[in-house]
Design a protein around this ligand. Structure first.
Ligand SMILES: [Zn+2]
Length: 310
């Protein structure tokens, strides 16, 4: 039996809206090197293999009922061992054994027509439930030439998760600002966009884009760093997101599993968020306290709506 989380008598159901799986067979040498650098930085060994079975074990252990895998297409700027189609198939084959885990398709829009064809194939034939974009690979998401991708995504009625904020050593943060989601979100009001990581460290920018576009949400994956080291930053982000009317209805919970496991394991991250309360000192200053209902939206209801159409 998975562990159950309750808060004021409410049993929390949990969707992890942002996870990754890989093995060393599908990542590039450059990625392996970047992982080594990042791991060294933390005095840890790099994780070169994290197949879906590892994710499944962590979900069971922590009571996470569903998860959404977000593959990244780095094939334009790196030599990848698999073609784009092979990579899509690798992920969809992996999730096939676990109906509670679904996959997005990762596509770099610089691939032109072939990328659009793959977006369509991934969704219609391979069961992918959305499109993951990774701008730090070298593109601005709002460039005119990518509009055919958004038209296709709107036709397919799929959500788009856009990575924003911090990236690894050989990718570029200048492309990763949340503001580059604003124009496309405004031009495609029917598409549901998710700004990953609340744009860290451009949190105000991410909240501004979400505040003005009702079709934009934010995910809190990666915030284990703050939960662990400086929770006041997380509390302030939640309070600011409430003022921007992004919390609770357009914030979704995620982990970026397994990337932050060494900082805070999945069960601890679940426990932290299900029990999240602002410090009394903030409430005394006028910030509204977080309720069990708020948390239920973040951990389950918003993702169920955005990703699973429920
Ligand atoms: Zn991620």
């Amino acid at each position: 039996m998975p562990r159950e989380y309750t808060r004021k008598g409410t049993t929390m159901r949990i969707i992890d809206a942002h996870v990754h799986t890989w093995t060393r067979e599908i990542i590039s040498q450059k990625d392996i090197e970047a992982r080594r650098i990042a791991a060294q930085h933390n005095g840890k060994e790099p994780v070169l293999d994290s197949p879906i079975t590892k994710l499944k074990d962590a979900m069971k252990e922590s009571g996470v009922e569903r998860a959404v895998v977000l593959p990244i297409d780095s094939g334009i700027n790196q030599d990848m061992p698999l073609t784009l189609q092979e990579k899509t198939d690798w992920h969809t084959d992996e999730v096939e054994q676990f109906p509670e885990i679904r996959s997005f398709v990762g596509i770099d829009p610089r691939r032109g027509e072939k990328g659009i064809a793959e977006l369509e194939r991934a969704v219609l034939e391979k069961g992918c439930i959305g499109w993951k974009m990774y701008p730090p690979n070298g593109f601005y998401p709002d460039a005119d030439e990518y509009y055919p991708y958004y038209e296709k995504a709107a036709d397919l009625r799929i959500p788009i998760v856009v990575h924003t904020g911090f990236t690894s050593r050989f990718k570029h943060v200048k492309y990763a600002r949340p503001v580059y989601v604003d124009k496309v979100a405004a031009d495609f009001p029917r598409i549901r966009f998710v700004i990953a990581h609340v744009g860290t460290p451009w949190v105000d920018e991410a909240l501004m884009v979400a505040a003005k576009n009702p079709n934009v949400s934010v995910d809190v994956s990666g915030w284990q760093i703050y939960a662990k080291g400086s929770p006041v930053k997380l509390f302030q982000m939640i309070a600011d997101a409430r003022l921007a009317r992004v919390f609770p209805m357009r914030m979704i919970w995620g982990s970026d599993f397994p990337l932050f496991e060494t900082v805070m394991c999945l069960s601890d991250w679940v426990r932290f968020f299900t029990n999240l309360r602002l410090p009394e000192s903030m409430v005394e200053l006028g910030y509204r306290q977080v309720t069990a209902d708020d948390i239920e939206y973040v951990m389950w209801k918003n993702s169920a709506r955005i990703f699973f159409g429920e």
